[in-house]
Ligand binder design. Structure first.
Ligand SMILES: *[C@@H]1O[C@H](CO)[C@@H](O)[C@H](O)[C@H]1NC(C)=O
Ligand SMILES: *[C@@H]1O[C@H](CO)[C@@H](O)[C@H](O)[C@H]1NC(C)=O
Ligand SMILES: *[C@@H]1O[C@H](CO)[C@@H](O)[C@H](O)[C@H]1NC(C)=O
Ligand SMILES: *[C@@H]1O[C@H](CO)[C@@H](O)[C@H](O)[C@H]1NC(C)=O
Ligand SMILES: *[C@@H]1O[C@H](CO)[C@@H](O)[C@H](O)[C@H]1NC(C)=O
Ligand SMILES: *[C@@H]1O[C@H](CO)[C@@H](O)[C@H](O)[C@H]1NC(C)=O
Ligand SMILES: *[C@@H]1O[C@H](CO)[C@@H](O)[C@H](O)[C@H]1NC(C)=O
Ligand SMILES: *[C@@H]1O[C@H](CO)[C@@H](O)[C@H](O)[C@H]1NC(C)=O
Ligand SMILES: *[C@@H]1O[C@H](CO)[C@@H](O)[C@H](O)[C@H]1NC(C)=O
Length: 554
């Protein structure tokens, strides 16, 4: 019953080529010598490709205008048909946010006037842990002040949050908890998806007043190779092991969440809501275990808890809804709607007629916010709701809550826990995306205090990014187009070439405290700000101690 419904991002057009060692595109094979060389390396099972070899291959691929036009037209069709934020993205950012308003359709047309380049690779620089560089300050990168270089990169080249502070945090490496361990998260500055213009990058380091340069080559790790994986696992913190983080003791590991005690309070780490690759039984087990973890804290008489949602990339909206209900059984989740277009209307009709249980496009998946009951018909769900967004008149469906009752039926009914907004605090580094954002934004609206860590000095910034609704992708849309005869007139315009993949947010969520405010565009700064230092970057427990200070009743 658990559906794969994802909430990922606000942005945008992601072209992904899956890249495996078997990857040998046929036209590369036959036409292009430079790429022939790359494919031969791949066949040998190499761990990574050289910058120069990769660049030569990219540069040799001729621009195919026909394919570019077809792709762009299909992308436009999908975004116009389904992307919830297409219009509002044209509006100036709310104070606190830093992004360029964008008319995606116009930008896509402009793309056709430029040279098209294939950019589909992870690139990292070839680094090893060099004991001589630990705790050194990076003063310059390629001879420019390091802070400026990272800030500009975060401003122009990272698109995961509308808040520049959050983008800055994710440009740098941080720790996220993974399977029984902590992994390195973020580091988008050094883990590129686009081939850099120069083959190397140089850092000027200040180590106890000794100043020197190091230069690193960019390399292209091959997915699945041993070189690829250690990027995320290379770093180990001496403050963290399987049973403790600093002075905090692990009392239970529930995989999606982890439970610690520190002094007289509890800490719950929520690392993900992502159910990709899990079967229904596993999802049920992880959520059942989460209840066990909370029970253990309650049984120990813990009266205060720090909820750490740092480095949480989101996932399944149902998992998010469930977490909200575990903590606050009597509050609603955020209401949502979807854009009404010819394409989405056709989908709503077909998928409602087919009664695909729980689907975004099935009107039976919702509870009307107006009458607090299910909708009686497709027409009632679609309604006639017009809004002005980005200067345009647009239509959206009637605002509604997702009705999760069927999914929740297979999950444990949580007991009544002793905690309220008076004895919880939320901690994040702003890198709490999509479904994670929906959880913490909702809790903040019932006055759970929020603390964000990192960012720029004296700038209180977002504790969450990209509160949206369900994300669909080009493959799912294609599947529906092939499945339902009545959608066949849309198929010719909306099926993206098999090797391309586009995701887009289809539903937007609204604040409950301020019902006309679309959460995606609403700047919500944390109540308090903390900073990383050499200690807290390696030992999250020192942030937990600081966050605990902000719990209301002591
Ligand atoms: C990388 O380049 C070096 C020399 O520049 C060469 O010896 C090596 O074979 C290349 N390796 C790959 C995987 O391209
Ligand atoms: C360009 O792309 C089109 C559409 O994908 C394809 O039919 C055509 O063969 C391509 N042309 C070249 C020269 O590769
Ligand atoms: C970052 O974005 C800017 C503006 O789009 C672009 O000119 C630059 O090449 C990008 N830099 C990197 C490192 O990708
Ligand atoms: C999240 O990342 C920060 C650094 O940005 C790190 O210090 C912290 O330990 C991480 N927290 C969790 C819970 O993963
Ligand atoms: C580091 O390299 C740059 C040139 O890339 C040079 O200007 C600078 O003097 C070097 N610094 C040291 C300490 O070697
Ligand atoms: C983890 O670290 C704590 C505190 O440093 C120590 O007491 C404990 O024995 C360690 N546990 C393991 C499994 O290494
Ligand atoms: C952990 O506890 C010890 C002993 O109370 C204390 O000296 C140390 O500073 C604590 N560590 C942190 C990170 O708070
Ligand atoms: C949720 O859906 C179930 C049927 O799946 C229905 O019985 C119930 O009334 C709905 N709840 C609300 C509040 O709309
Ligand atoms: C397809 O559309 C026709 C005409 O609108 C309608 O009668 C039929 O029920 C639809 N088929 C399905 C499977 O919804």
């Amino acid at each position: 019953m658990m559906k794969q419904i994802y909430l990922i991002t606000f942005i945008f057009v992601i072209f992904i080529y899956s890249f495996h060692s078997q990857w040998v595109p046929s036209d590369f094979d036959t036409i292009i010598d430079e790429c022939q060389r790359v494919s031969e390396y791949l066949i040998t099972g190499t761990d990574y490709l050289n910058y120069s070899d990769m660049k030569a291959c990219y540069d040799s691929i001729p621009f195919n205008k026909t394919k570019a036009v077809q792709t762009i037209e299909t992308v436009k069709e999908l975004l116009k048909g389904f992307y919830a934020f297409l219009d509002q993205a044209k509006e100036e950012p709310k104070p606190g946010y830093t992004f360029t308003p964008i008319d995606l359709i116009t930008e896509l047309d402009l793309l056709l006037n430029k040279d098209y380049s294939y950019e589909y690779e992870f690139v990292v620089f070839d680094d090893t842990i060099d004991p001589n560089t630990i705790d050194c300050q990076v003063t310059h990168i390629d001879d420019k002040p390091a802070i400026d270089v990272i800030t500009e990169f975060a401003r122009n080249n990272i698109s995961n949050s509308r808040d520049l502070n959050v983008r800055f945090n994710t440009a740098l490496a941080s720790l996220a908890f993974g399977n029984m361990d902590f992994l390195v998260y973020g580091q988008l500055f050094s883990l590129r998806q686009k081939l850099p213009t120069d083959p190397t990058i140089s850092y000027t380091l200040n180590c106890n007043d000794k100043i020197f340069n190091i230069t690193r080559e960019w390399i292209v790790p091959v997915y699945g190779s041993k070189e690829f994986y250690p990027i995320f696992t290379k770093y180990k913190s001496s403050y963290i092991n399987e049973t403790s983080v600093g002075n905090a003791s692990l009392i239970f590991d529930a995989i999606f969440s982890r439970f610690y005690t520190l002094q007289d309070f509890g800490v719950v780490l929520f690392s993900t809501e992502d159910t990709t690759g899990l079967n229904t039984d596993e999802v049920i087990r992880f959520l059942t275990d989460m209840i066990v973890g909370f029970k253990l804290l309650a049984d120990k008489g813990i009266t205060k808890i720090v909820l750490d949602f740092s480095n949480n990339s989101g996932g399944d909206v149902i998992v998010a809804d469930y977490i909200i209900k575990v903590l606050f059984p009597n509050i609603n989740i955020f209401p949502e709607d979807i854009k009404v277009t010819d394409a989405s209307t056709a989908f709503i009709e077909e998928i409602s007629n087919a009664n695909v249980v729980g689907d975004l496009f099935n009107y039976r998946s919702y509870t009307s916010t107006i009458k607090n009951n299910p909708f009686d018909s497709i027409n009632e769900f679609i309604g006639n709701n017009r809004y002005t967004r980005g200067g345009a008149q647009v239509k959206f469906t009637t605002k509604a809550f997702r009705n999760d009752s069927l999914d929740f039926q297979i999950l444990p009914v949580p007991p009544k826990f002793p905690w309220t907004q008076e004895n919880m605090v939320i901690l994040t580094n702003g890198a709490c995306f999509s479904s994670c954002a929906n959880i913490v934004q909702r809790l903040a609206e019932v006055s759970v205090p929020t603390v964000s860590v990192g960012g720029f000095p004296n700038t209180r910034f977002s504790f969450a990014s990209c509160s949206g609704g369900t994300v669909k992708d080009s493959n799912i849309i294609s599947t529906y187009l092939n499945l339902y005869q009545n959608l066949s007139n849309l198929a010719s315009r909306s099926i993206l070439s098999q090797d391309l993949f586009l995701t887009f947010t289809c539903a937007e969520v609204y604040s409950l405290n301020n019902p006309d405010e679309v959460m995606e565009f609403s700047f919500r700064q944390a109540d308090y700000q903390l900073y990383y230092n050499e200690q807290s970057a390696r030992d999250p427990s020192s942030l937990w101690l600081q966050a605990e200070q902000y719990i209301k009743k002591r």
